[in-house]
Design a protein around this ligand. Structure first.
Ligand SMILES: [Ca+2]
Ligand SMILES: [Ca+2]
Length: 318
């Protein structure tokens, strides 16, 4: 059960955190390796204070002894994203890496009050392994890459106001793949565009996202939410896409059946657990995810349980 819950991100998972509240120092709430290609890896981070500086260090060893940062190009794309550092979200990227190679990372996040290194000294470094092939070369051989681009709105808790700087992640539960991550595009009505063509399978090939595949979308809200509540999770399904033309379509993705809150095609205790985690959350609170409000009443309560209980054991098609 715990393993299954972790798969869907419903209990503590792959996050690194410094939970030392109350504190006059900044806390780096989470880091996550994202947007992994054959030559680059990005590390996303969130802080509970506005970010004034980001430095990424790359190591060849898990102990953090052999610093190889100078061999590569490091930049901080979030510097150019309006409001990102102001709300405590950041992405640092290292390019020029070798394919199929494991690298180790430490991130220095500077705020007005302190500089925090993540992971902290003595803890295992964040690690990620590059993919085996270059996406561009794959495109050149004429393969149809028709996975779509999922657009997702970045709004403040409650969904009332668009917020630049919210960091949106997308992955496929159970695939074991890194998330793809994006900030809202400028001039896009505050939507993040998440290109499913940037998902890779275990062999380093483009991950073919079939129609109706469950997609997990998470958002980091930085200083807008309390540390324990800053990640919001929703689930969607990939839309039907056509193999031709070989151009990805931008889509909002498909909502999941309301009682199937974790969108795995069956109504079971997982769906119940997801709702339980958000019990009593109102739509303007950080704990609230529209996914857990089964009846869309604006409050997560026993009525939402009842919706699930009424369908318990049902499997697709609902
Ligand atoms: Ca389910
Ligand atoms: Ca409700």
């Amino acid at each position: 059960m715990n393993r299954t819950l972790q798969r869907y991100g419903l209990v503590g998972g792959l996050t690194l955190g410094l939970m030392c509240t109350p504190s006059t120092w900044a806390d780096v709430l989470q880091t996550r390796a994202v947007n992994v290609s054959s030559t680059s890896i990005s590390i996303a981070a969130s802080s509970d204070e506005p970010v004034t500086g980001v430095a990424l260090r790359v190591y060849s060893d898990a102990a953090g002894i052999n610093d190889i940062t100078s061999q590569f190009s490091v930049d901080v794309p979030s510097t150019n994203v309006f409001f990102a550092h102001d709300i405590g979200t950041a992405i640092a990227r290292v390019s020029g890496l070798l394919p199929v190679t494991e690298y180790y990372f430490a991130l220095d996040i500077t705020t007005a009050s302190s500089t925090i290194t993540v992971p902290p000294s003595g803890a295992g470094l964040q690690t990620s392994t590059t993919q085996s092939i270059d996406k561009a070369s794959q495109l050149n051989v004429g393969d149809a890459v028709s996975n779509d681009v999922v657009r997702f709105l970045a709004t403040s808790p409650g969904g009332f106001a668009p917020v630049d700087g919210l960091l949106t992640f997308l992955d496929i539960p159970g695939s074991g793949q890194n998330s793809i991550a994006a900030f809202p595009m400028s001039g896009s009505n505050d939507e993040a565009a998440l290109d499913l063509s940037n998902l890779f399978d275990a062999g380093g090939n483009s991950y073919e996202v079939f129609d109706n595949t469950p997609l997990r979308i998470r958002q980091w809200r930085g200083i807008l939410c309390a540390p324990s509540q800053q990640e919001m999770t929703v689930f969607r399904r990939s839309d039907t896409h056509s193999e031709l033309p070989r151009v990805a379509a931008a889509t909002q993705a498909t909502a999941c059946f309301s009682s199937d809150t974790v969108c795995d095609g069956r109504i079971d205790v997982l769906d119940f657990q997801f709702v339980l985690n958000a019990l009593n959350a109102q739509s303007d609170e950080c704990r609230y995810s529209p996914q857990t409000d089964v009846d869309s009443s604006g409050l997560v309560d026993s009525n939402d349980y009842a919706e699930i209980v009424n369908r318990l054991g049902d499997i697709e098609p609902f």
